[in-house]
Each structure stands twice: as C-alpha cells, then as structure tokens.
Design a protein around this ligand. Structure first.
Ligand code: SF4
Length: 405
C-alpha cells in the first residue's frame, strides 16, 4: 500500500496521470488505509493549489419542468419531488442573487437553467444576465450551465463575458443509457468540446452513488481528463424523493473520500470541486475532503439546501485552509490561456504567476448531482440512513426569502 500511495503522490506532484489500475486500487483501499490515502492525495492538492479553497455560488435561473429524463434529477420530466418551479429570473434578479454569494466569499457564480439546452433567445437572456453580474463586479467569474449547446451559442456566451461553461458527463459512457434516455453521453461530450473550442473554461464532473461500478467511476474521470476539463465537480447522489433513484443509498463518508482522492490523482492540477451531496454523504468527515478538493459550492444547491454558508467558512478556517481571493488565479500557470483563440479563459488568469505553478499562495451538476467498493460492508450492515429525505430548497433565487450564502 505504501508503495502505491508514494508512487501516486509522486506522479501527481509531477502532474502525471496514474494508470487505470492504480486509480481502481485507490477505490479499493480499506478503511484502515483511509488517512494514508488522504495524506498522499493531499500532497498533490497542496502542490498545485496550496491551502486555498475556491468558493462557487449557484444561481438557478430557471427551475424544474425539464423535458429530459435524467433519473437522478429533481427537475426531470415527471419529477414528484415538489421542488420550486419557476421560469427565467430577470437579469437584475439573478445579479442580486449572485451578489449575495459574492458577499459570502464566492469568486465564481454559476448561472444554471433546467432544460435540454437553450434556444437562441435563452442565450440572449443569459447574456444579459452575465452582463448584469459583471456590471456589479467585473472580477467575478461567471460559469454558465444551460444544457446542450448548438452551433454558435458557446461563442455568444463567451462574447457576453462568460468565463466558463459547465456540462457534466455524470457517469461512464457504458452506463449513461441507464441514467438517461433522452440524450446521449456523446451529446454531453460534444457540448463540453464546443464550450472549450469557444474559449470557455470547460467545467465537467460526475455524480457518484448512482449504482455504478468502480470501473465506471474510473472511466468517467479518465474521460474528464481527456476532455481537458479545467474544473471537475464531484457530486454525490442526492436521492430525492419522487425520482427513480430515491432509494439509492450506497455511499459512505469513507467511500466518498476515496472517490475524491482518486479524482485528485487522475486530475492532479485541475480544480476538483466538492459539489452536491457533500453534507449528506461526507457528514462529519467534510473537513478531510478539503485535503483533496480545492473548491466547493457555498450555500444552497439548485433544488436542495446546503450547509449554512457561515458554517462552510468556519469549517475552512478550522481545518487550516484559506478562502481563495479574486487576485489569485485558481489554476496553475501551465493550465492557463491555452485556448485556440488565445482568449484568456478565466478571470484573473494573467494576474498571478508562479514558477512552481502554485500561484505563490499558501493557500452543486451544478445539477445535483452506487457502486459498492470491494471490501466495503454490504449496504444492510451500514448505519441507518441519517436523512430520510433530502431537504428541498425553499429560499433564495425564485423566492422572497434571503439566500443561504
Ligand atoms: S439534469 Fe438537466 S437535462 Fe437532465 S433532467 Fe435535470 S435539468 Fe433536465
């Protein structure tokens, strides 16, 4: 075990990718080795991102009533989850919601809309929203997440000031048809490629805990590496009542940490983001995840409640990490400014340089996003499910109540 972890840490520090077998071995380590796994992946995280934690804030521009059938999603066609449903927020409403997250410490705002993909009119609306957010604060990074993109839409978003585009692969190509029948894995890949080719920083991640195998998890993370995603949100399934996956409950805090460690080893110099489900599945082990991920969503998710924003800040401080400021570029120097059009992909990319790529500092899919690892106890042997149901978001965007930021 020591040999494996030393080899993985050495590769990660050099920015090299492990083999598939090594990645699989991380998922199959025992609980006895958990802290050693976290320590080894923590070295890689520290090499590229110091002790910095980037905060991101979600604004759900349009909630629910999606015609697609993604089985994990509370916004899907026929969902009986009882989430907030509303149509497009006006640009000033969205900018107001975004400002709450920025005040809470977020440097990136993720504007998200349910649906298969935007119409050209939707892209115009979102462009106005991006401009309204940037008018209030030009330093804030904006990531759009609007579903499948058609020709020219990524370029329009880029021209409106979007820095990044999120579209998660969610799971492996082999199992994609099990979680969704209305679009394909290939559709998702091509949208990430369109965004990347338009000069937007590609953000694409996964959802763990949907019944996938270890091999599926390794496959999707290697695919994300191949797609050259700059940020990889790691969601843990929120089993919403009223969705087909409501009874999937096969994640433990230890397995969640092993998955994050595997993602860090495979994507050593990439922003690994703790996303939906971290509170529900990591529970009291959340601070350990900061040694693996260098980014998280502050406050609530699209349709579910997250931990209080103030509790996130306290957790980061108590664990000895620091919130990343807007003057510090998130990504190491070698990952910045590599787009074909020469466009700088992310705000602040030119602001900080560091010969060692560490920026010289010491420090939810967006859509909410199980396999059982070898050696883990059977589901029935585990502690009782701590939450009978996921708490649906009832405050913030689309309501009269103040947001959690
Ligand atoms: S994940 Fe997106 S496309 Fe799929 S059902 Fe939910 S909102 Fe619709």
């Amino acid at each position: 075990m020591d040999d494996l972890l030393n080899a993985l840490a050495d590769k990660g520090v050099r920015g090299e990718t492990p083999t598939r077998d090594e990645a699989l071995a991380v998922l199959r380590t025992s609980d006895d080795d958990l802290l050693d796994v976290v320590a080894a992946a923590g070295k890689v995280r520290r090499r590229w991102f110091g002790r910095r934690v980037k905060l991101n804030y979600l604004v759900n521009l349009k909630s629910g009533l999606c015609p697609e059938d993604c089985s994990y999603c509370s916004q899907r066609l026929g969902s009986r989850t009882g989430i907030l449903t509303y149509s497009w927020l006006k640009p000033d409403e969205a900018a107001e919601a975004a400002a709450a997250g920025v005040r809470g410490g977020a440097k990136r705002v993720c504007v998200v809309a349910s649906g298969r993909g935007p119409t050209d009119r939707d892209v115009s609306r979102v462009s106005e929203t991006i401009e309204a957010i940037k008018e209030r604060d030009e330093q804030v990074e904006v990531c759009a997440c609007l579903g499948l993109l058609s020709d020219g839409q990524a370029e329009r978003l880029r021209r409106a000031g979007a820095d990044a585009y999120n579209h998660n692969l969610n799971t492996s190509e082999a199992t994609y048809g099990d979680i969704c029948t209305t679009h394909t894995y290939e559709d998702r890949v091509s949208t990430v490629e369109r965004a990347r080719d338009a000069g937007l920083s590609p953000c694409s991640g996964l959802i763990a805990g949907m019944g996938e195998s270890d091999e599926d998890l390794v496959d999707v993370v290697f695919s994300l590496r191949e797609l050259d995603a700059d940020s990889v949100p790691v969601n843990f399934l929120l089993p919403f009542e009223g969705t087909p996956l409501a009874d999937e409950w096969n994640m433990t805090p230890q397995r969640a940490l092993r998955i994050l460690a595997m993602v860090r080893f495979v994507c050593p110099d990439v922003e690994v983001r703790l996303a939906a489900g971290r509170e529900v599945h990591l529970r009291s082990l959340q601070p350990l995840a900061l040694y693996l991920a260098n980014s998280l969503f502050l406050g609530d998710y699209l349709t579910s409640e997250g931990q209080a924003g103030t509790a996130d800040l306290e957790m980061i401080r108590d664990a000895g990490f620091v919130v990343e400021d807007t003057a510090t570029a998130t990504l190491p120097a070698h990952r910045r400014g590599r787009r074909a059009d020469g466009a700088e992909r992310v705000n602040g990319a030119e602001r900080v340089t560091g010969a060692d790529g560490t920026n010289g500092a010491g420090g939810v899919d967006a859509v909410p996003a199980g396999g059982v690892a070898g050696g883990e106890p059977a589901v029935a042997d585990r502690p009782a499910r701590p939450h009978e149901r996921v708490a649906v978001r009832r405050r913030g965007a689309g309501t009269e109540l103040p947001p959690n930021a």
